[in-house]
Design a protein around this ligand. Sequence first.
Ligand SMILES: [Fe+2]
Ligand SMILES: [Fe+2]
Length: 472
Amino acid sequence: MPEKIDYDSKIPNNVDLADDRRLQRALEGWQPKFMNWWAEMGPTLETQGVYLRTAVSVGREGWAHFDHVNVPDYRWGIFLSERDPDRRIAFGQHKGEPVWQQVPGEYRADLQRLIVIQGDTEPASVEQQKLLGLTAPSLYDLRNLFQVNVEEGRHLWAMVYLLHAYFGREGREEAEALLHRNSGSPDAPRILGAFNEETADWLAFYMFTYFTDRDGKYQLGTLKESAFDPLSRTCEFMLKEEAHHMFVGTTGVDRVVQRSAELIREHDTMDIASHGGIPLDVIQRYLNFHYTVSLDLFGSETSTNAANYYTAGLKGRWMETRRKDDHQLLDDSAMLPLPRDDGTWESEEMQRILLLNLDLRGEYIADCESGIKRWNRILDDAGISFRFALPHPGFNRHVGINSGHHITPDGTIVDEQTWQDGRKHWLPTDEDLAFVRSLMRPVYERGKIASWVAPPRQGINGKPFDYEYVYL
Ligand SMILES: [Fe+2]
Ligand SMILES: [Fe+2]
């Protein structure tokens, strides 16, 4: 498998596409449909060029090239990480056997489903972010938005490649359907709830790239363990690109908190709305919302599907090979916290293999805590006593064992009335959303930035903040 990417063909790739005429023709047939989708559902703002990175190799070093690109001319392509000829299945009933280069017939339907669900999220986020280019707080941020968008488009390509190459006619039909469903569409919505929510403002964008792209990192991490080697290698390279999306989220929220802290100090009040800043309690409510819809993406805490995928070798655990157990989980147990109708919590012991979604969610939550720590450090450094916190995992849930209960951010099970009274303190209100939206005015002058967010500490690829990242 070449590390270098072939940029001479119509579809850049490192999978020797030129050697498989049928597949090449099929993908070249899908390409204009993708371009139509991009034109219709992609970023609204037209530009004369954006300083973007493009993958030029899949190797460890120097994989990306940076230059101004006319966005519709971006070279979306198919890039898989290098193949390890000795790779073996790390878990489940086939543990120790060589990984698969083709799809075993018995797992065909399940693998296709996993790929379609992953593939569906990629274009969805582009659709959700469609209008954000009209209100970017700086050219630097505008560039980051486009970078995230083109790479989510490429992740769609990654999944479509697998569908075309390994799943025959049904795979090709699913590839079409990925362009047919749209975020928030009443007739044909995206498969998962969080991907039908609006990303209506830039605070929501930073929260989305922090919390929801991070869910993506964990899902890709489990598929990277897959016994189906082409899926594993695809996900490995996607994870490389994904890191930047989460960087945009982490530093985006950093900069909002930083700016709010400055305004609080400057005006000696927590009520900074009239000074053009976002109050900390509003940021906390945004955080609560985006965190909880992202938790829903992990599915039900107990899952026989997840157990079956694991046993079959289709989807592993986060960092599977670093886990110190038998990687089959036949006799292990774990505890599941359950809310009871009388308002108390109980803990039930269950087979560990039935709690794999909970296991993955636990890894994710621990990772999310690192953001909370960073943002609280910014407040601490500014001498502000307010502290952000992740709400209890039972709070505001629509999927899984907590979904039928009203649970407050501190984990208290409450009645309907208490929930309705508390809501406005816990989740963004219409006024919060309208206020944040009122701050969203584009700042497209080089080196300038909106009132509600601090400039980044560094630019992209060694360029300064006042670099002309986007030609308008
Ligand atoms: Fe992605
Ligand atoms: Fe992403």
